[in-house]
Write a protein that binds this ligand. Structure first.
Ligand code: NAP
Length: 280
């Protein structure tokens, strides 16, 4: 019988822990923790996500300062804002919402976030530290997934792990984290041949592609642990994952639902990273 990993419940415990730790600092008379969020342009999914970040921060003792820049803002102007936030001692973390408008190179901009304030963990310096095993801000979604696996008591050492999707924010850092726990990791992408044969080897399967219900029972090894990162909207406006939950359910040992799986863990991990920046 498959077990559903309840990310929403697990994330609540993390949020409460962070909230209480911050309250202890405030009770000692310290200033409030602050996250500065930068959003450029009108992408509606990005605005929805930024609103959810602000809600999480404010509900858990963090001041969230949103900088909304219009679509025409130049790369130079975004970098200028980042430099100001880098120098502002009341700002603990900087979160840059991606995607940026096409005329802005996100790698150029991200590089300018001071490493001590890079709470999203996606700057090249931070990702480099992750790979060499130095202390860093672990990118939020992979950090949240690792927390789900550990809390659920899923053994990783010696297991075959397959990551489908190689984004900088999910797939690539996820590979490093799984490898660090001594799993044997395969990274798949759109050019992978015979994907189904590869995923059928997985004891742990993590999927971050952005294709609704792409992974069906035919892609799953019996007893696998399945982590669905995908967020897609179906024709009825319902949020669904990259994994066909109903189709695979009988075959898996553990699975994250969408919604209430990985999503809430991403915000909880961001909150944890803000606490880490504040305590520094
Ligand atoms: P992304 O940048 O959108 O890239 C998609 C990845 O999937 C690419 O590596 C691509 O391969 C691969 N891919 C595309 N079609 C494929 C196919 N047919 N077979 C195998 N691989 C394929 O990735 P992302 O930003 O990680 O987002 C992926 C999904 O996760 C989206 O639905 C996004 O909304 C969701 N997401 C959720 C959270 C959360 O907190 N729950 C966080 C982040 C993202 P190539 O590299 O070869 O193009």
């Amino acid at each position: 019988m498959a077990e559903i990993i309840n990310g929403l419940e697990i994330s609540k415990a993390i949020k409460l822990e962070v909230k209480e730790k911050l309250q202890t600092h405030y009770d000692e008379g310290k200033r409030k923790a602050k996250l500065s969020v930068i959003i450029v342009g009108n992408d509606s999914a990005s605005h929805t996500y930024v609103r959810s970040i602000a809600k999480t921060m404010e509900a858990n003792n963090v001041v969230c300062d949103i900088h909304m820049l219009d679509e025409e803002t130049s790369e130079k102007e975004v970098i200028y804002l980042i430099e100001n936030l880098n120098n502002d001692e009341t700002v603990d973390g900087i979160f840059l919402q991606i995607p940026l408008p096409k005329h802005i190179n996100s790698a150029n901009v991200t590089e300018n976030i001071h490493p001590a304030k890079d709470v999203d963990g996606l700057s090249p310096k931070n990702l480099g530290k992750l790979i060499v095993g130095r202390d860093c801000y672990v990118p939020c979604t992979p950090q949240g997934i690792m927390h789900l696996l550990k809390t659920t008591g899923i053994e990783l050492e010696g297991k075959q792990a397959v990551m489908v999707g190689r984004s900088m924010s999910v797939g690539k850092p996820m590979v490093s984290l799984l490898e660090k726990e001594n799993a044997t990791v395969t990274l798949c992408h759109s050019k992978t041949k015979n994907l189904q044969e590869v995923t059928k080897q997985a004891d742990i399967l993590v999927v971050a592609v952005g294709r609704p219900h792409m992974i069906t029972a035919d892609y799953i090894k019996t007893g696998a642990v399945v982590i669905d990162v995908g967020i897609n909207v179906d024709e009825n406006g319902k949020i669904i994952g990259d994994v066909d939950f109903d189709d695979v359910f009988e075959k898996v040992s553990y699975i994250t639902p969408v919604p209430r799986g990985v999503g809430p863990m991403t915000n909880a991990a961001l909150l944890k990273n803000v606490l880490k920046a504040y305590e520094r």
